[in-house]
Design a protein around this ligand. Structure first.
Ligand SMILES: *[C@@H]1O[C@H](CO)[C@@H](O)[C@H](O)[C@H]1NC(C)=O
Ligand SMILES: *[C@@H]1O[C@H](CO)[C@@H](O)[C@H](O)[C@H]1NC(C)=O
Length: 330
């Protein structure tokens, strides 16, 4: 790795461009909103507008909204779907009693919609600031996104009760950083678990200590991304990275252990300062311009512990997974 170049940890190369690039929109961000991967969104934005593509495992209607608190009340909502081959989308809002009203000012523009035997896809855009009191202003802060879907369509006549398929998620929609904003040629390194046995149970915490690359001078980490094996997105619930003591026993690193197990070597108890946190549905993190995590000097982190929370409730009882990071063969 050449001098003067920032380091970028855990680079995960993903497809950064939408497949149906209607109007040239680039959906550089994406997130799964539910834990089962049935409701996912992609989005992109510029100074004044934001464009979403929502993909849901239903042939009925889709609800998508922005809420000041994450609750259903006083929210900015769109409801849409594909009915008899025609996509529809309408702007609604809820009052403080969670009653849904059609918004007199329709601020969301339907771009396209399609459905097949299992999924519905809708794309729509709006201004970040719509100048409509019934819409949420989209800023650089964390936004509470609420979602719902139903097996039946409603068409333009309005929503029906959305049953149990609903939830919420906090997202930074206007997160400026994506891996596409990292200069080409930026050095990177990976921290990767291998052959983790993930038993059939809701919660397994897996801990492994890694050593950062040895560097001759100061560098900065400018972006950190999760690197999750394809198909196992729902198995990895969250990832934490802790800084450990710089003088720990090196023979105890690079071997994974179930965290908090009585046999866990002593070195693991020195890893206490959280450097990075990621949770399911989240994206990578880019430090703001002119900011980075210093590595390579005598006071910087040398050893880090990666703690992964695996959630494996749906695989056949007794199945044990052996593979890179999270792979599980039935
Ligand atoms: C239906 O659409 C979804 C979402 O675009 C896609 O992932 C899936 O592969 C499609 N199914 C078929 C059978 O084409
Ligand atoms: C380092 O760890 C190994 C394996 O746990 C242990 O056998 C050894 O005694 C430790 N060394 C020191 C100096 O604590």
């Amino acid at each position: 790795m050449s001098e003067n170049q920032p380091l970028c940890a855990l680079v995960f190369l993903t497809s950064l461009f939408c497949s149906a690039c209607s109007q040239g929109t680039r959906f550089v961000h994406s997130a799964a909103l539910d834990a089962d991967g049935r409701y996912s969104i992609k989005w992109g934005f510029d100074e004044s507008t934001i464009t979403f593509e929502v993909e849901v495992e239903t042939r009925g209607y889709i609800g998508f909204g922005l809420s000041p608190t994450g609750a259903m009340s006083s929210s900015d909502i769109v409801i849409g779907g594909v009915l008899s081959g025609s996509p529809y989308l309408q702007d609604y809002y809820t009052d403080s009693n969670r009653k849904v009203h059609k918004d007199a000012l329709q601020s969301y523009q339907l771009l396209y919609g399609r459905e097949n035997d299992t999924h519905t896809v809708l794309a729509f855009s709006r201004n970040l600031q719509t100048c409509d009191d019934n819409d949420q202003i989209i800023t650089g802060s964390t936004v509470r996104v609420i979602w719902a879907f139903h097996e039946e369509d409603v068409g333009m006549s309005g929503p029906v009760y959305h049953g149990t398929n609903r939830g919420r998620k906090s997202l930074r929609l206007l997160n400026p950083g994506t891996s596409s904003s990292i200069p080409a040629g930026t050095a990177f390194f990976d921290l990767q678990n291998e052959e983790v046995p993930v038993p059939h149970k809701d919660t397994t915490y897996w801990c492994q200590i890694f050593k950062f690359p040895e560097l001759k001078k100061k560098h900065h980490i400018i972006r950190i991304e999760p690197m999750i094996q394809k198909g196992h997105e729902n198995l990895v619930h969250h990832i934490l990275l802790y800084q450990c003591d710089s003088d720990l026993n090196e023979s105890e690193i690079n071997r994974g252990h179930e965290c908090y197990h009585p046999n866990m070597p002593d070195s693991f108890f020195t890893c206490e300062t959280v450097l990075f946190a990621w949770a399911i549905g989240g994206e990578g993190f880019t430090y703001p311009p002119h900011v980075g995590m210093s590595i390579g000097t005598s006071i910087d982190p040398v050893y880090v512990q990666m703690e992964i929370h695996f959630d494996n409730p749906s695989i056949q009882r007794g199945t044990v997974c052996h593979d890179t990071l999270t792979h599980c063969t039935k």
